[in-house]
Design a protein around this ligand. Sequence first.
Ligand code: IPM
Ligand code: MG
Length: 347
Amino acid sequence: MLPGDGIGPEVAHAGTAVLQQVASKYGHKFRIEEKLIGGAAIDLTGSSLPPDSLASCKESDAVLLGAVGGPKWSDPNATVRPEQGLLQLRAELEVYANLRPVQIIDALSGASPIRPERLQGVDLLVVRELTGGIYFGDKTRDETSASDLCVYHTFEIERIVRVAGKLAQQRDSKLCSVDKANVLETSRLWRDVTNKIMRSEFPDVALEHMLVDAAAMHLINRPADFDVIVTENMFGDILTDEASMLTGSLGMLPSASIGASKRGLYEPIHGSAPDIQGQGIANPCGTIASVAMLLRHSLDLYEEAAAVESAIRDVIESGARTADLAVAGDAVISTVDMTEAINRQLR
Ligand code: IPM
Ligand code: MG
C-alpha cells in the first residue's frame, strides 16, 4: 500500500480499512505493507519511488495506491517530481491496461452537472493505455522551446486492444476506439492496428472509431451510447476526468491497472487534492471501489468484490454523502464516517 500525498493517505487508509473488514467477514488474512511514494518519498529519501517501495510492490499480489503530487513539489525547475514515481511504478509493474469503469448510482444523479435523462443507462468502461505514448517519450527543454515525444509501437496497441476486445465481449460487444487520426501519425497507426486486431480476433464486437474531440462532446451529449472505449494514455487521462462527472464526482471513480500477470495496481482516478488535504472530507468511494477491483482481478475473490461494490451503492442510496457529493440541504459526512458506513453495510 502506497499512501502518497495530499488526500492519498486518507483514502488509502479507508481502502485498507475495508480490506480488513472483508478479511474478518470472509475469513481471509491480507498482509499489508505500507511504503513511500511521491512527494512523501522525495522528502524522506530524495527519490519519488525508493527501491524498497518498488521491491515491495513487485513481491506483492496487488498494490493499492492513494495519490501523488502537490504544490510543495511542483516547482517547474525541480529535477525529481512525485508523478515520476507513479509513472515509473506503472512501467516497472508493466501494467499497460488501465481500466476505468463509469457506473451511475441513480441516487447521485442530482450531483451530476449532466441532466438526469442523459444519464439513464450509462455504464461504460474506459480502457486507457498506461505505459506508452507522450507520457513516456523523450522530453527536451531549452531557453525557448520544449518538446514531448509521442511514440507508439504496434505491440503496445495490439495488447491494449486485445484487453479492450475481451472486455467488450463480456459486456455489450461494442468498442469505440478514440484517437486523433486526422492529425497524429501515432493515431493513424493506432487505427490500423485496432482494425486489424478487431477484425481478425474479435469479429463479433462492433468497432467504431471516434476522434478525441468528438468523443469529449459525445461523452456529455449521449454517454449511454458508449460501452467500452479504448484509447491512448493522455486521451484516456483527460476523458476519464470528464466522464467522472457523469457519476457526480471525480471522487467516485476507481481504476485497475493490469498487465500480463495477475498482479495489479489499484488507485482512484483522482489526484492528491491538496486543497482539501488533512480535513478528513475526501470521498473514499473511488479508492474503496478500487479495492473491489483488486479483490476481483488480482485475488479472484469475486463474491467479496461484489459485496464491496454493493455496500458502496447501498450506503450512497441510503443518503450518505461526502462533501463532493452533496447538493443543497444534504447532510455531509467525513471520509472516516463514509468508510465506517460502508464497513457496517458489509458486516
Ligand atoms: C491519473 C493521474 C496521473 C496521470 C498523474 C498523477 C500523473 O492524473 O492517474 O489519471 O496522468 O496518469
Ligand atoms: Mg488523471
